[in-house]
Ligand binder design. Structure first.
Ligand SMILES: Cc1cc2nc3c(=O)[nH]c(=O)nc-3n(C[C@H](O)[C@H](O)[C@H](O)COP(=O)(O)OP(=O)(O)OC[C@H]3O[C@@H](n4cnc5c(N)ncnc54)[C@H](O)[C@@H]3O)c2cc1C
Length: 462
């Protein structure tokens, strides 16, 4: 372990995932002496069990679909199957290159990397394997782990979490995905492309239930077309092992048999037995409570990332980590507008959004205070070239700025960069309508939607 005795660091960060390491990098950049305590691998969930490995699988899935569907584009090829060890080698290669880069970066910024399990033992002290690490400030960034339902045991064999799913050395013949949120839909999409029979069970009325309802419905249509089955508004009642797999029962009496069940019902904070409560940190349902600048009730302690009750996204962790570093460094960072954070589900098709849904806008501005426009990707040349269906939907406050952008279709995750500028700059449709978009790109769909909302539709009927 790194030598820390006798040093009082400017900041000691507990947890080296997206939130913790971003805080460490920015704090070091601002001249602070930083200790970063990590029990596993720097990079945390996002790099090792989350964003990066899942997106590598999704890319392999896209390649599989391209080879299967190549005849539609006049290209002869034969899809011969998935070599899962080779897919994993590709995925692990991506992760290990990024991991090497990150460890090098942490070292180059002269951050003290303390390896081991840390525990908060006082308002300015973390204990790591019996050694005290002191800081003027502490940042809690211990992240999250997969949750289950009461009474549902994840055995890692037939009932698995996303952590296990990333380590599978075979493609299951059939899978039940419990939970139709982002993680569930992404794995459902991968496995279907790899050749599995997939059924999603979601207790709420729609897939990706936090998204605008129109986007959820479009994803459901696309999944149905792809042969991904789903049971919506269906509550899970139990799972039993069969000779070859699992039998999943729903409260509505239905039963689904499959090789495996993936439990994707959300992630819970890592905050148990880490001394947080004992030191007096205010908690809420296991999350650490913070103010708009990620400060806890204890002046020397801040918290970031999945450990606090904000959106569980890597880029939110980065932003919160940077915000805390800047506050501790004496700068005046602005609070994060969480509505302005882009959200992407990287399934096929993708779902991307920023701002608020139509339903939320109506709650905020009244039914008559909201205007919406949906531009169908059928009118967008590049989307037709890609043979994707979907839309760009705009939600605006009447006579006011655009307050929500919701998109579905292949590759629309890339369009969210412009969408977030539009939302965060509180742009009006006629201002965006002035911007010239490159032809033929999918970004034109964003431009066309604003042209239409500004009253001058181009490639659009009606
Ligand atoms: C399957 C999956 C896919 C995802 N895809 C995306 C995506 O595409 N885009 C996106 O934005 N987000 C995605 N996420 C979410 C993203 O991974 C998390 O929001 C992000 O990792 C949170 O960062 P964090 O720093 O708060 O926590 P974590 O990344 O969980 O890091 C916490 C770190 O703290 C360490 N730690 C915990 N306790 C201790 C202790 N006592 N002592 C020392 N160290 C400790 C852990 O080992 C870990 O490294 C995905 C998540 C999953 C599971």
């Amino acid at each position: 372990m790194a030598e820390t005795a006798g040093t009082v660091f400017d900041v000691v960060i507990l947890g080296g995932g997206s939130g913790g390491y971003a805080c460490a990098l920015r704090a070091a950049q601002l001249g602070m002496n930083v200790a970063l305590v990590e029990k596993g691998k720097l990079g945390g969930t996002c790099l090792h069990q989350g964003c990066i490995p899942t997106k590598a699988l999704l890319h392999a899935a896209e390649v599989a679909e391209s080879s299967r569907e190549s005849a539609q584009f006049g290209v002869r090829s034969t899809f011969e199957g998935i070599d899962m060890p080779a897919v994993n080698a590709y995925k692990d290669g991506v992760v290990s290159r990024l991991y090497k880069g990150l460890t090098g970066l942490i070292k180059s910024r002269k951050i003290t990397h303390v390896e081991g399990i840390g525990r908060l033992v006082g308002p300015t002290t973390v204990e790591v394997d019996g050694q005290r690490v002191e800081g003027r400030h502490i940042v809690l960034a211990t992240g999250s782990v997969p949750k289950s339902l009461p009474g549902l045991a994840i055995d890692g064999d037939r009932v698995i979490s996303s952590d296990h799913a990333l380590l599978l050395d075979r493609v299951p013949e059939s899978v039940v995905v419990l939970g139709g949120g982002v993680i569930g839909c992404e794995f459902a999409s991968v496995w279907k492309s790899f050749g599995a029979e997939v059924s999603i069970v979601e207790a709420l009325p729609h897939l990706v239930p936090l998204e605008d309802e129109q986007a959820s419905k479009q994803l459901e249509r696309a999944f149905r077309k792809r042969g991904i089955r789903y049971e919506l508004g269906s509550k899970f009642s139990g799972v039993e092992k069969t000779e070859g797999g699992v039998r999943v029962s729903l409260e509505n009496g239905k039963q689904i048999e499959a090789d495996l069940m993936l439990v994707a019902v959300g992630r819970g904070p890592v905050s148990q037995e880490l001394g947080y409560e004992a030191v007096g940190v205010e908690m809420e349902r296991g999350f650490v409570k913070v103010d708009a600048l990620c400060q806890t009730n204890i002046a020397t302690i801040s918290a970031v990332g999945d450990l606090i009750p904000t959106l569980q996204l890597a880029h939110v962790g980065f932003a919160e980590g940077i915000l805390v570093a800047e506050r501790l460094g004496g700068l005046s960072p602005a609070p994060i507008d969480y509505d302005g954070v882009p959200r992407v589900t990287y399934s096929e098709p993708e779902v991307a959004s920023v701002g608020i849904t139509e339903a939320k806008a109506k709650e905020r501005y009244g039914d008559d205070g909201v205007e919406t426009l949906t531009y169908d990707l059928a009118g967008n040349g590049k989307s037709q070239i890609l043979k994707t269906a979907g839309f760009v939907k705009l939600v605006r406050q009447k006579e006011g700025p655009v307050v929500g952008i919701h998109m579905v279709g292949s590759r629309v995750g890339e369009l969210v960069a412009e969408a977030q500028l539009i939302y965060n700059w509180e742009a009006f449709p006629d201002e965006v309508a002035q911007l010239v978009h490159a032809h033929p790109t999918q970004t034109e769909a964003v431009g066309e939607a604003h042209l239409a909302l500004a009253g001058k539709p181009l490639h659009m009927h009606g």
